[in-house]
Each structure stands twice: as structure tokens, then as C-alpha cells.
Write a protein that binds this ligand. Sequence first.
Ligand SMILES: O=C(O)C(=O)Cc1ccccc1
Length: 288
Amino acid sequence: MKIAFLGPEASFTQLTATQLFPNENLIAKANILDCFLAVQNNEVDKAVVPLENSIEGTVSMTLDYLFQTPDIRVEAEAIMPIAHQLMIHPGQDNGEAIEKIYSHPQALAQTFNFLNQHYPEVPKQDFASTAAAAKRVSENPDRKMAAVANKFAAQLYGLKIINENIHDFEQNHTRFIVISNSSVSLNTEENFDSNLKTSGEKTGLLITLPQDHPGGLHQVLSVFAWRKMNLSKIESRTLKTGLGHYFFFVTVVGGWDDLLYINSVDELQALGADVKFLGNYKEFLLES
Ligand SMILES: O=C(O)C(=O)Cc1ccccc1
């Protein structure tokens, strides 16, 4: 099986993909959109992308492409502890002369207080991923650059860690999702490794409200409330059709075999809402 991931090698996304798919062919992609396109074009069977971080919140690109990509399905979520390290080329002798710090915007946000306190004058620059930033530093031995990435990236790209565990809050976890093309039937034979720890099941939905009216969101939420469906996430994102136009990403805790749960989609549609069912899937708990 071919599995795309936000690369290059030694990204946090690759660490996640390796634990979920230890025996599959992992294919690095330059960004999150390319992971979605590879799934959409059937170039790969699945892809692993980050969805949300406990410090910085949702990865908005991932929510947007879930909404915009037809026939996209979520097959699993995986939660991974995240530890950030600041690294430089070993040819540079210390961190005092650093002129620029590179990383994925999520990683720069998760280490913002640390970097602001210790490197206040150093410009920070967004990069496609943490590992791409580390790779860039390794390819420029003469430049006074640093990257925020994980310790495996430091090892792989031969960099020296100058500040360890610089994430601003000790509890730092990222939730990743496994996506696939829903027009290709789901192969239940190739289920996830039974040795992986799981914390249960959930269901992902994308909901667009009917025409704006007072109590519209309340009406939609009441569909879940009277069925006693427990929501674990609700996030609004812009529809990009004008200011104030949103869709909602909602996750419901538990299985999806109860008739009451299944009927909730019909009721939402009867209320005029647009509903995209992303899947009912397991949430895995990984180790760093
Ligand atoms: O996978 C990576 O390395 C990324 O750049 C995305 C990311 C950034 C920060 C935490 C988890 C994933």
C-alpha cells in the first residue's frame, strides 16, 4: 500500500505514519494539499496529515481541504506527543549569532514564548514542515540558520540541538488523520494493527447551516442533543464565499451503529443543512 505524508523524512507526520503503517510504502509530499491531491488522484491509497494541536489548535488547511476535496474519507485519528528542539548546523558554534529561525507555522506557534524570550530579535520564517526546515539548515552550513523540529530530524540531517524541549506547554499533542478516497471501497481486511492503543471510536461530519436565521446553529445542535450524542469537537471555518459564511467540522464520540445516530444525518438534512459524512473511525494513541 502507498501512504502519502507531509514530509520530508523525520517530520512529525512521518513518525505518526510509521507507527500506523510500519510495513507500507510511505511517500513524502511537500505540503498538506499535495497529500490530499495524491489521495484524490488515486496516486496513493491513503495519506496522513496533521489536523489539530493542543497548543495551537486546528490546522486550517486540513479542515479546508477536507471540505473542498470531493470523495474524501477519514479512516482514523492518531494522537502523538510533540517535543520541539531548536537545532543548528554543527559547523556554527553556538546559537547567539542565529539570523533566522525556520519551521512549520504550527511549530513556531507552539514555541512562540520560548523563541520570543530567548531569540527576540531573530526573524522567524514559516516553512512547509519542521523536517523541511531542518533539512534546509543542513544544506546551508555557511548560513546562521536554525530550525524547530524533532530530535529524529536533528539526527537524520546531522544537526546540533542547542535548546531542548522548547514547546511552551509541557502537554503538547497533535492529532493526525488518515484520509482516503471514498470512491474506492474501504478494505476492511487491511485494518490497523491490533497492537496499537486506541481510546475509542468517533465520527466526523462537515455541516453547512441552512440560510442564516435566529437559532439556526441551536436547531442543528439540538439534533445531537436530544439523541444524547456527545460532541468532542466543533469548529467553524470560513466557506470562502464571503465574510460571515461558515461550515462546521464536528466530531461525535462513539460508534455509528445506533439507528438514532444514523438518522441524525437525515434530520440535519431535513432542516436544510448540508452534511458530509467523513467516516466512523478509531482514535489511536501513539508514543513519541
Ligand atoms: O509533521 C511535521 O513535521 C509538521 O511540520 C507538521 C507539524 C508541526 C508541528 C507539530 C506537529 C506536526
